[in-house]
Design a protein around this ligand. Sequence first.
Ligand code: FAD
Ligand code: NAP
Length: 860
Amino acid sequence: MTTQIATSPAVTTTTDYDVVVVGAGFAGLYLLHQLRALGLSAHAYDAADNVGGTWYWNRYPGARCDITSVDYAYSFDADLEADWQWSEKYATQPEILAYLSHVADRFDLRSDITFSTRVDSAKWDEDAGIWNITVAGGDTVTARFYVMATGCLSLPKSPDVPGIENFAGPIYTTGTWPHEGVDFTGKRVAVIGTGSSGIQSIPLIAEQAKSVTVFQRTPNFSFPAHNGPFPTERAAAMIDDRDAYHQAAKKSGAGVPLKVTELNALDATEEERNARFEDVWAAGDLIGIMTVYADTLNNPDANKLFADFVRNKIRSIVADPVTAEILCPTTYPIASKRVCLDTNYYQTFNLDHVHLIDLHNTPITTVTASGIDTADASSEFDAIVLATGFDAMTGALVAVDIEGRDGLTLKQKWADGVQTYLGLATGGFPNLFTVTGPGSPSVQSNMAVSIEQHVEWICDTITHMDANELLTIEPTPGAEEGWSNHVNDFANITLLPIAKSWFNGSNVAGKNHQYLPYVGGVGGYRTICDEIVAADYLGFVFNDDQCNDGVIRRMQPDVNIMLEFLATLGLPPFETLEVDAARELSAALSDQSPAGPEVGEVLDGTLPGAVGDLGYRLYRPDTAGPHPIVAYFHGGGWVFGSATSDDSFCRDLCDRAGVIIVSVDYRHGPEDRFPAAADDGFAATQWLAQNAESLGGIAGQLAVAGWSAGGNVAAVVCQLAKDAGGPTLAGQCLLTPVVDGGFDWPSYEETAEGYVLTRSLMEWFLNHYVDDADRTSPKMAPLRATDLSGLPPAMVVTCEFDPLRDQGNAYAKALADAGVPTAHVQAHGQIHISVPAVGQIVSSIWVREEMGQALRGFFA
Ligand code: FAD
Ligand code: NAP
């Protein structure tokens, strides 16, 4: 079939197909079906000699799905679903392959697939606006669109075991297992690798073999699959209302319609926790394991509780305590490597003919012709099984020599890090789509659901383009960079990137380390994809010039969750309240903040302010003193807050910086207006300088810090100290400070509403504190001071979604321009209140760490 396209009003190009697809697994098959339904000409190629992808290649003993079969299937056709009955909860490889074969027959897909044909290269023809795709043997076909449905786990890792080429016997790789099967009867078998493939195959190989020796580098956490019939209540839910069932899967986190708990492990009693852990152990469900508690994947302490539980289970199953300890993972959080589901895995190590070698203690020195030598032993084997995994997510993509615009190949583009937009497309490669590519939920989800969504999105996009006579599509650099940031932001608020694993490329020598899948969940991801389409394909450029450019998610994910939570509380805006009511509300919110870290000592006292005593709270580190002192001024718009209202933040700073934090009260408006706060701040600083030693501090080692209005007080105190010739201050640490009394800043417009600190709240604060006439006084607006030179070294933190952002940025620049050593952290995706939110916002921990380091540095 040939297709005619107009590449410009003047030029018409003929292509062999509208779309060429690489791969005939779950993704390629559904793509072919959908593209045909749209009336497009499409052709697929697969290196395999039949359909099935993963389930064609991975025929090792014990290969099964680890997502319940009913869910790990297509949902697009009710009749297909009704006609196919899965025989068990987790289907075997032959059954899944039979299902995919049935799909291919049912929709007559094979006629548009060329098997046993590897795609070697693809080149974008800039002039014609088409792809030239070359297959093994040299034949080239052309297409308007080129889709890589090549799978995330389809390129087995090259065998990186020293001396493997020496072995004279057979070597079997789980990912390319012989179709005729392998009979291990009477054989001495070595298995290298204990990921899901090793864990599934070892018990069955041990049933046949004379002996099995497992070479384990890193142990995995594995749970009993408890395979059997599909849970009846879930089967019933599907039969009752299949549409609702699938909709729930599409909106879920992992692509399986299971209710996910909001309970935290750390809030539960030990008894409650253990009961829940036991339930999960008994259920054998991967999603239930991953979501056992809401804090398991993001709080190391919660994670450890679960990991300890599983380690104890391993110890209770494996009879030999030394073997049990070797099988217990200890070097990474549970679930940061993919958790495995097994049948009798740990029990297998109780068999006399099964041996475990701990490669951490005794690495393989070489494979010999007849066996394997480790650091302390030589063993003879008849066969070696490599269950060593895959060059995942990017391997099969860059294995094809894909050349986009200006001769750039995909491999070159991704050499220093993968960038995609949505895991669906990448800039410089027009009309190229990747199904479940890096940056999409893919392998962190039920792949069947993710594949269907990607295929449908691609087909909808091609339909949109054809309807609007759009010839090319690709993401913009800004959209792609923004998406990559969002993918990283989401991964970084979890513990998932910690383990060395194929998820972050660390299983392949020389591969860039980067967490590849998007962990924001399939539901959230689908919403994003839909939003992008609704916003005229935000971040995509059509025909090289039609573009609604932009970034879809800039907010840090946990900050967004915080905002959504606050919205559910329905709190009145502070500025609509009387001052007393606003103070009460602020105090109530402070009281509910999580406790900060333990510090050595906390004590309350009073010190003399400008006109009377002021309360203070002192936080002493848990290390031998004396320590430097930091005078800290709380946030609250000069109207509310107190020496104790930023308690968790002060603890955190004290802990990170190893300094005494003295959080000082200062008088508030409207009762005590400008310059009361500044005068009190300065008086308190003078007193701390004079009394440092009696507080356990070090004479002459004093700095100031503050947040928001407190940042204003701290900055002003530095200027007053300079003008007064003392006290000498070692530094100023200013978190989102007010440094100007005016509103003529773009950030007051851009983030006027919606991020807690609003423009109208700032107006309310300023009105309560300072007369219009005083708003340009340096004692109110330190940015307006004529000479900033000679001020103490500064750390200024500004947040992207903060009305005060631009004035803070301007102050950091003005200080640096005046020769003040200035560190400036611009915290992307943060809001005015998210950096001090200790125990709530993981994504701002690094900012607090920078502040802690800056405080330490002031006294170094
Ligand atoms: P694949 O099934 O990998 O198919 C890709 C096809 O592309 C392959 O047939 C390959 O030959 C072909 N190909 C690649 N490059 C080329 C080329 N250059 N030229 C020609 N052909 C090429 N996911 C789950 O959600 N649940 C599970 O339970 C689950 N179990 C798994 C078990 C195993 C053993 C493995 C390895 C993976 C498992 N996965 C599971 C992930 C699984 O890969 C996906 O669920 C799904 O099968 C991927 O389908 P796909 O069509 O995208 O890719
Ligand atoms: P894997 O998880 O990457 O495991 C590979 C194993 O081999 C690891 O134990 C690894 O150790 C070890 N290894 C790699 N190179 C080695 C070397 N040179 N020397 C010694 N040991 C080496 O790969 P996999 O088991 O094939 O699984 C990959 C993914 O496929 C799974 O995570 C899952 O998503 C999917 N899968 C699913 C199922 C299922 O149950 N449905 C089954 C199989 C696969 P280190 O950890 O130290 O690197």
